[in-house]
Design a protein around this ligand. Sequence first.
Ligand code: PEP
Ligand code: MG
Length: 884
Amino acid sequence: MAQKWVYFFGNGQADGEAGMRELLGGKGANLAEMTRLGIPVPAGFTITTEACTFYYQNNGQWPEGLEEQVWENMAKVEAIMGGRFGDPADPLLVSVRSGARVSMPGMMDTILNLGLNDETVQGLIRKTNNPRFAYDSYRRFVQMYGDVVLGVPRADFERLIDEVKERKGVHYDTELSADDWKYLVERFKALIQERTGQPFPNDPREQLRGAINAVFRSWNNPRAIRYRQLHEIPDWWGTAVNVQSMVFGNLGDTSGTGVAFTRDPATGENKVFGEYLINAQGEDVVAGIRTPQPLETLAQQMPEVYQQLMDIFKRLESYYKDMQDCEFTIQDGRLFMLQTRNGKRTAQAAVRIAVEMVQEGVIDKKTALMRIEPAQLDQLLHPTLDPKAKIEVLTKGLPASPGAAVGRAVFTAEDAEAWAERGEKVILVRAETSPEDIGGMHAAQGILTSRGGMTSHAAVVARGMGKCCVAGAGEILVDEERKQFTCKGVVIREGDWITLNGSTGDVIVGQVPLVEPELSGSFGLLMEWADEIRTLGVRANADTPQDARVARNFGAQGIGLCRTEHMFFGEGRIQAVREMIVAPDEESRKRALAKLLPMQRGDFYEIFKVMAGLPVTIRLLDPPLHEFLPHEQEQIAALAREMGISEEALAAKVESLKEFNPMLGHRGVRLGITFPEIYEMQVQAIFEAACQLAKEGQQVVPEVMIPLVGIPGELKAMKDATIRVAEQVMAREGVRLEYKIGTMIEVPRAAVIADEIAKDAEFFSFGTNDLTQMTFGFSRDDAGKFLPSYIEKGILEKDPFQTLDKGGVGQLIKLGVEKGRRTRPDLKVGICGEHGGDPESIKFCHEAGLDYVSCSPYRVPIARLAAAQAAIARPGERAGFATV
Ligand code: PEP
Ligand code: MG
C-alpha cells in the first residue's frame, strides 16, 4: 500500500490531531484537532510536509499515491459539504493554503475560490443568486492563480482594475458591477495568455494540481527564505498544503470574516481581542486595506454568532492551554472556524499570559517558565519613553506592538536597510506593509503605518519581531514617492527624527529621552520563580558603578568580570596611563602609576559600594599597551607636545610596542610579569577601597582575577605579589578581609593543565572569547571576514563567538572543570565570555556543572530564565546557586 500522504478532516472526524504538526504543519494539525473537538470547520484535507520534501528531492515529482489520495479525499469533502468539485450545476470550491510546522505569517502563498471556470461560475450564480459576488470571486481567483501559480505580477492585474474604474469614474472596487468583473475576468485571462503563452487552465483538476505545486514551491520564495533565516527555521522542513472547502464571508450583510486572539497579544490582558469586516474575505482583513471593526460590535450585530465565538475561544484555550489566534468566517449567519494556533505575542504579553495562566490554575510554574523564549525578554529590558519628558503628540495610531522607538523617518524597506547599514537608527513609515518589507522592518527601530488594524501585516510581524509598531495612524498621509508624510499641516521628510510609543500609539516629532526598564509585576514574579528553580548563579560583567547598579536591579548576584582597562580612558586618566607607558625607567613608571592609584581606588570604591554584600571579581590589566597610544603621525606629534617629550622618542616608543599579533602578544598576565608595578598598583587600589568600605561598615567581597594564564608559574608569581600587597594594605589599615585570588581560563593550555593551575587558584572563570579564539585559531577581530561564509556554506552551524562550540571549546571547559576540582573540590567555576548571556550556552554551562555565568547587565534576566530552563530540563546538576 502506498504511503499516506493526505489526511482528511470534516464533520467531527479527522485523520490527524494537534500532536502531528511535524507531518501536517501547524495549521493542518490544528484544523484536524478543532474538527475532533466538534468545532465547526469547513471540511478539507492536508497534504503532508513529507510530500513537499519528496517534491523537492525529486525535481518536482509527486510521490506515488498522492494524486489518487487527493481525489479520494476530495470525494469525502464533497459528501459532507454538498456540491461537487468541477460540477457546473453545483460546484464545490476550495482554498489552497500553505502551513509549515511553525507559522510564518504571510510568507507563503494562498489561493482562494479554486474550482471556478466559465461553467462553474454559472452554478455559483444559481446557488447564491448573486452574479456580482460570483464574478468578483472568479476574478479574485484568476488574479491570485495568475500571480501565485503562473507568475504574472499582482500589480499588472490591479492596473487593469484601475483602468476600468477610471473609465467608469468610480473610486472603490465595491462600485464595480457583475458585468465589470465578468469583463475583467476575460481581460485577466488574456493577460495571462499573453505573458505565459498558455491559456488559463479551465479544468479544476489541473487548477488544483498547479496550486498544490505552487504552494510547495512557495516554501522557497525569497521572503520565506529570509524569514527562515531570521527565525532559524531549517530549510528541510517543507510545508504542508491544506485544501479546504470555501466558505464565503462576502455574501452580503449577514456574512463576514475576522481574526481574534483569545487574549490581548500586545499587553497580555485576559480579554478577547478581535477584529472583523462584514461582507469581506479573509485577505481583506489581513491586507489592511479596509480598517476592520472591533469584535465587541459583533455582539450587537450578530449576538448568537458572537456568543458561539466566545464559547469556542474558551474551549480552544482550555484545550491548548495557551492563548489562541483564530480566523473565522460567517457565511449567511453561520459560523465557521478556519484556523487556530498559538498566537504570536510581544514579550510583555508572553510574560503576563504565562504568569496569569499559573494563577488561574491552567498551567504550572515550570510550564510557564519553559514557555518564554529567554532571548525574547530582551524586548522588556530596553528603555521606554521617559514619563517625565514633555512630549507633544502629533497624532495617534493603534498601539500595535509596545516599546519605544526613536529614529529617522524612511519610506521604503530598501532605504531602511541601507540607512541601518550605515549605522543610522530609522523608523520605517509606510501606508501599509507587505511581506516584501520584512528586511526593512527588521532593520528599523520601529514601524509606523497609516492603514490597517491590530491584525494587519505590520502589526503581526512587528509583534513577532518584538519591534515597536504604531499601525493605522489614519491622520497621516504617506507620500512614498516624495519620501515624506504630512499630518495636520506638519511635513516630516526623509531623515527627520520621530519617536513612537508602541504602548499608547503616540507618534511624536523629534527625539524623546528614554528611561531604564524595571522588573516589576508579572515580570518580577516570573523572575522569582526562575530563581526558585535554577541552580546556576548569575553575575554580570560591569566596569562602572552605573553598569553595576543596572546589574543589581536586574538581579545579578555579583560581578563576574570588571575589566579594569575600561577605567583607563577618560579625562585625566589616559594621560597618566600614557605617561606610565612611555616611562623610560621603573622610577618614572611608578610616578605615573601613583597618579592612577587614587582614580582606580575611587572606581573600585563606588563599584564595591553598589554591590555591597555581593562578590566582585576584578580582573587586572589585560590589553596590549599599544591600545592606549595613538598611531597616526599627527596625533603622535600632538601627544608628544602635550607630554613635553620629543616626537621622535614617542614615535620610537609606539613603534617598539607594535606587534604582529597583539592578541597573542604582550598582554594579560604577561604584562604583570614584565611590569609587576602595574598589577601592584591595581591590587593596592582594590584593597584600599575595600578597607575603607569595611571601615564604613559595608560588607565587601573582593576577588582578584589574573587574565590569560597558561603556565602555573605565571599565576604563582602574580598570586604571591597580590597576597603581599593585600596583606600590606590590610595591616596598614588595620582591617581583615576575606578575599579570593583566581584566574581566567582563556588559553587552551590552562584548561588542559587545570589540575596544576588550580593549586594557586581559588576560582576559575572561563574567558570563552579568548578561549574560542585560541581553540579555533580564529582571530576575534578578523573572523568577521570569513565566518559568514562558513555559516552560509554550512561548515559551521553557528558563530562560535556567539554560541559556545560544545564539541571543541565546550570539551576544554568540561576538562578544566573536572581537573580543577580534582585538585580543589570547592573550586568555584564561572564563565565570563559573551557566551555567559547566550541561552543555549547557559544550558551547556549548567550541564557542565559550573557555579555561575556572568553576562552583560542587560542580559541578566535572560540568563536567570535560561538557567531555570536548564534546571527544568536537566535537574540535579551541581547546585552552585547558594554559594555564588
Ligand atoms: C574573554 O576572553 O572571554 C573575556 C571575558 O575577556 P576579554 O573579552 O576582555 O578578552
Ligand atoms: Mg579575554
